[in-house]
Ligand binder design. Structure first.
Ligand code: GAP
Length: 436
């Protein structure tokens, strides 16, 4: 059964080196996290699974990596300076701050329980501002990007001019975004620094509705294919009053978090809002001339926008399980093999010198293709449990018989079943079991 409490995942992440509170030795830096040895691998796997689906398996999407710092004109044009705000209220009694639109009762402070103590709402801009160069002040301001999307719009003409792509085609990007959230929280669900995986798909305006439906279905299926059960996923269309300033229609892929349904990814029809704004503000022609029809038009954009860090948390919550094996309780992460930090663990049955050379050789063979852990400490049963708890799909045990028969044992995380395999066939056997 998936995790029912957020703490099940938070504790496991800390205990096993997935996610640590940032700057912990200084008492922590609120709602900021560092990804440890296993978390860094898993986060990379989430991003690679996204890139595989969105870029590698599609000949109509290209990848870019744009800058994080941007000058004010970009965000004037994009509308973020004027519109990327949340309504902030302060409680004059307990001095706590809240997003007014997230309060159950707009007049009741959820912290101290007093009524009528809120200040009037102020629009608080979520962008982080800093200064470029040695002099702080007017003219030196720059912004940390609040979404990766603007990099794709700014490079629309560059990509058209340097590739042979034409609508329908997409520009994808994976990277950090920054938002000065008023109420960060729920572990890595909402943080001020996070990673996004976004794709802007440029289409002829007449085809926008069809592509919007396509990408909604496609994105929902991506989470399913990577192991999130149907019962924990749903697609929800935004009401008109929820739409972002650029959107003609948005649907969220929602996930059943321990606290209820919430956003995992948004798929938006941004129309021609962004290209028109940047064309008007920059004076550049941001449109497409179709030589086949002799028509010039400004494409519409369908945008699947996912959070890599938020998706990692959802995959962890969905994969978490507790069961009993040989009368012993175990915690197991039933992660899809593509997401698991390590694909295989090589476990010599004993630390004795006689086994080490062969075990090291098996490790080297597997490590050439997969990320592999090597562990020779503790009893074998405890080592299996440790690998189960971090989601390693397969363990390979090298024992004393291996020295004679040239074979090893593969043990599967989910079923705990074991199979003896000649070392000469090991790579093929592992590939068959993992599916890649
Ligand atoms: N370009 C459109 C855009 O940025 P969004 O719905 O604001 O849309 C897309 O963000 C995704 O980025 C969200 O669905 C979520 O997964 C992730 N995300 C947004 N804000 C976040 C935050 N403060 N912390 C973690 N992830 C966040």
């Amino acid at each position: 059964m998936p995790a029912t409490e957020l703490d099940q995942i938070v504790n496991l992440c800390k205990r096993r080196g997935f996610v640590y509170p940032s700057a912990e030795i200084y008492g922590g830096f609120r709602s900021t996290y560092d990804y440890g040895p296993l978390g860094a691998l898993m986060l990379r796997n989430v991003k690679e699974a996204w890139l595989r689906a969105m870029v590698q398996l599609r000949d109509d999407v290209v990848l870019i990596d744009a800058s994080i710092l941007g000058p004010p004109p970009v965000y004037e044009a994009s509308g973020h300076l004027a519109n990327f705000t949340d309504p902030l209220v302060d409680c004059t009694n307990c001095k706590q701050r809240f997003r007014q639109d997230q309060l159950d009762d707009p007049d009741l402070c959820p912290s101290c329980g007093k009524r009528g103590t809120f200040t009037d709402p102020r629009n608080f801009n979520l962008m982080f501002k800093t200064f470029a160069g040695p002099v702080e002040g007017a003219g030196a301001e720059v912004y940390l990007r609040p979404e990766t999307a603007q990099g794709m719009f700014l490079n629309f003409a560059n990509v058209l001019n340097t590739t042979r792509k034409k609508p329908p085609f997409g520009i994808a990007q994976v990277g950090k975004s920054f938002r000065n959230e008023i109420t960060p929280g729920n572990f890595v669900f909402r943080t001020r620094e996070f990673e996004q995986m976004e794709m802007e798909f440029f289409v002829p305006p007449a085809d926008a509705d069809r592509w919007y439906e396509f990408w909604c279905a496609e994105r929902l299926n991506w989470y399913r294919a990577l192991g999130i059960p149907d019962a924990m996923l749903r697609l929800r269309a935004h009401d008109a009053d929820e739409l972002s300033h650029y959107s003609r229609g948005t649907s969220d892929v929602e996930f059943a978090y321990p606290w209820g349904w919430g956003e995992l990814e948004g798929i938006a029809n941004r129309g021609d809002f962004d290209l028109t704004q940047h064309a008007n503000h920059s004076g550049e022609k941001l449109d497409y001339f179709d030589q086949a029809t002799n028509e010039r038009y400004r494409p519409y954009v369908i945008e699947p926008a996912a959070g890599a860090t938020r998706a990692m948390m959802a995959f962890l919550l969905a994969a978490y399980d507790e069961d009993v094996i040989n009368d012993e309780p175990r915690t197991v992460l039933r992660l899809h093999p593509r997401l698991a930090p390590y694909k295989v663990a090589v476990l010599p049955l004993s630390k004795k010198d006689t086994l080490t050379p062969l075990a090291r050789q098996v490790y080297a063979t597997l490590a050439d293709r997969y990320l592999v852990d090597y562990d020779e400490t503790q009893a074998i049963g405890r080592r299996y449990r440790r690998q189960d708890e971090v989601g390693t799909p397969l363990c390979v045990t090298v024992d004393f018989d291996s020295l004679d028969d040239g074979a090893v044992t593969i043990r599967e995380r989910d079923s705990t079943q074991q199979q003896r395999v000649p070392i000469a066939d090991l790579l093929n056997a592992i590939g068959d079991k993992l599916g890649f």
